[in-house]
Write a protein that binds this ligand. Structure first.
Ligand SMILES: NC(=O)c1ccc[n+]([C@@H]2O[C@H](COP(=O)([O-])OP(=O)(O)OC[C@H]3O[C@@H](n4cnc5c(N)ncnc54)[C@H](OP(=O)(O)O)[C@@H]3O)[C@@H](O)[C@H]2O)c1
Length: 377
């Protein structure tokens, strides 16, 4: 039996290959479990994990151990491996096929943060019937990614019919829910919020949340996705990236939530809004040019107004402050996904191979109304 992993070349993401690792269930050590990775979603968020694979977020570190090489722990700190290839993490479901952990039963299914692989062996650091937690080799990685929830008791899970929705929307909606929470706590009196990559699920789920509070939300998107954004009915108005100068800006206190991470778009926003930008919250990198652009071309104000929102950090902080906030998030998730279902914002494609899904995502040829679900066979 072997474990097949879909690995990409870290510095040339259009290149990929399958790696096979030997995996013998009979050799599981005490406490170890083996899961079959049944299926997972792939969105621009996963491409961003690859773009942010290195420091400071280090998404490659989650599953570098599947790419060969020697032990990773040295002197109590994680040493970055020199693997040329890496495995992108994905959100999906796995079924426990073998277990030597008394709390994790064979046949149970778990939602969580898996590698793009056919199977995975874990050695849970904590386990109970509702969930198990794994310790990563790099202890600096955000803990929110380490728990795998049993579908039997997960409050977000309502049967197999909800699985596609959950794999695509759950991590993105939670980000949007907590981004809205962040905006509500920080910006008491802004006139409008501008979202870039407005066609992304994280953006339009945020628009949905902001609208519930009566906030004016403007979408910025590419020409080809303008119609989709308008059809959602979530934005007060939508502009394409070439028409930023048409947006109301005079004496208009504006917050930007930036999913696109485009240097050129941020330059145009700076030029148009100037000091009316209250904060430009960096969230995503669907366009992935923000880190490479010439920052000195931005005004001093734009540089000072730029922040970075990392959902795991804000979620950790808010859960510590408010023990009921995840219940509110779950209730909002149910409302949002029901609306998405009713209004047919998303359709699912479950027939593409992993290679097809990855190539389409990497080349930006996925329709924004399509949620891609696949697996490694
Ligand atoms: N900071 C955090 O904690 C956090 C958490 C969750 C998600 N995020 C980020 O939010 C972003 C959106 O994720 P998502 O999964 O919601 O996205 P998604 O729904 O898959 O978004 C698809 C949209 O992204 C843009 N896009 C995708 N690939 C592109 C490419 N190669 N070149 C140019 N545009 C591209 C296009 O939008 P337009 O045409 O409208 O630009 C496209 O319609 C990601 O960068 C993700 O990592 C951040």
């Amino acid at each position: 039996m072997s474990q097949r992993c879909f690995a990409v070349t870290k510095d040339a993401l259009s290149r990929f290959k399958t790696i096979s690792n030997p995996l013998a269930p009979a050799s599981l050590a005490a406490n170890e479990i083996l899961l079959n990775i049944d299926k997972f979603a792939f969105t621009a968020n996963n491409m961003t994990y690859a773009h942010a694979g290195g420091p400071p977020l280090n998404y490659w570190h989650f599953y570098d151990n599947l790419c060969g090489g020697e032990g990773l722990l040295q002197h109590e700190s994680y040493v970055k491996k020199v693997n040329a290839v890496g495995i992108i993490p994905v959100w999906g479901f796995g079924t426990v096929t073998h277990s030597r952990n008394k709390h994790v039963t064979e046949g149970s299914r778990h939602y969580g943060f898996y590698p793009m692989a056919s199977s995975i062996k874990y050695n849970p650091s904590k386990a109970s019937a509702p969930s198990f937690t794994v310790a990563r080799e790099d202890p600096e990685l955000a803990a929110v990614y380490n728990t795998y929830l049993n579908t039997e008791t997960d409050p977000f899970y309502s049967g197999s019919a909800c699985e596609n929705v959950m794999m695509v929307y759950r991590p993105l909606f939670l980000t949007s829910f907590f981004l809205d929470d962040y905006c509500a706590s920080k910006f008491k009196s802004v006139d409008q919020v501008v979202l870039t990559s407005a066609s992304s699920k994280t953006a339009f789920a945020l628009a949905h949340q902001l609208k519930q509070r009566g906030v004016t939300v403007i979408g910025l998107t590419s020409e080809r996705n303008l119609g989709f954004c308008e059809s959602l009915g979530l934005y007060d108005s939508v502009y394409n990236y070439d028409n930023i100068s048409d947006i109301q800006s005079n004496k208009t206190k504006t917050v930007v939530v930036d999913m696109a991470g485009s240097h050129d778009v941020n330059l145009a926003i700076d030029k148009h809004f100037g000091i009316n930008i209250v904060e430009n919250v960096g969230v995503g990198m669907t366009h992935n040019t923000v880190l490479f652009g010439n920052k000195s071309a931005l005004s001093e104000h734009a540089r000072a107004a730029r922040t970075f929102f990392f959902a795991p950090a804000w979620i950790k902080r808010r859960i510590a402050e408010d023990a009921t906030i995840m219940e509110s998030a779950a209730a909002s998730y149910i409302k949002f996904t029901a609306t998405s279902d009713e209004k047919q914002w998303l359709e699912f494609n479950t027939t593409m191979t992993i290679e097809e899904v990855y190539a389409a995502s990497e080349s930006n040829s996925v329709n924004p109304n399509t949620g891609l679900i696949t697996r490694v066979i």
